[in-house]
Design a protein around this ligand. Sequence first.
Ligand SMILES: [Zn+2]
Length: 322
Amino acid sequence: MGKKTVLVGVVLLAIILAGVGFVFSFLSSQDRTTQSRQTFETSEAASSQAAVIQVVAGENFWGSLISQLGGSRTQVLSIVTDPNADPHEYESNSQDAQAIATAAFVIVNGAGYDDWALKLIAAGNAPNQVVLNVADLLGKKVGDNPHFWYNPYYVNATIAAMYKDLILIDPSDSAYFTQQYSSLNVSLGEYNQRIAEIRTEFASVKVAATESIFVYLANATGLDLMSPPAFMNAVAEGNDPPAQSVAEFQQLLENHTVRVLVYNSQTLTPITQSMETLASSNGIPIVAITETIQPSDVSFQVWMNAELLSLQNALNAQAMKS
Ligand SMILES: [Zn+2]
């Protein structure tokens, strides 16, 4: 491709992007400067260097990780980011369709969590587009618990797959990606450490959760999750839990069988709120967790570390009482 063709391409792309009112979430304004300078340098160098990889992540928990891994070689757009909306209910718009159609790399959660994204991918896209479907990677299907980012083993497996895919897309930057991969793993140290600490201090301690979102983390931390699966699954799917599971759940709180109640503060319903009220009136500490990153401008690790710390503190507070 000649210098002129590239420049025309860049100008056309700029017009298209402006036309559809694209909003890419850059890490900072400094990054934006770096990004545009790189685009310029790439065109000057007549495409001897690989261009910045356009990445779309269905949700910001995967978007945060790929953005930390891809660094300056990627430009990442996360679609589901609203901390006040239920991601299970997300409906895509034409901007999402445009973003997915033109991305070189798309990361979706799968397992029914973001079917809207799978539909957009199936609509036909940029040639050689690489798609990482986390559910497929983990051998999971629709109906399985889709909250894979709450499982530290799945998080590690997904980061490894992202790393492999980045090298597949841009082999000339493999040394850079290897360095980024190692830094990202180092920065997940506190997260892994805190999970290990909770396991050491509180394995087998009985807890309850209003939603299946906590199941993977309960397993990783060795906590004994007593709440009825029928209740947790129904709430995750947006359905009414069976009456018997509600009664069982209430007994766990009223009888002080569980030390802590974990609830999903992003998908509140009257039934989960009534469990929260019952827990507080019985003096059982409540730990709030969310589906997507909260606050939405922090990294995956900052968000997870804060949730793990509040879980650890709640378990500690109860351990002191008994
Ligand atoms: Zn959920």
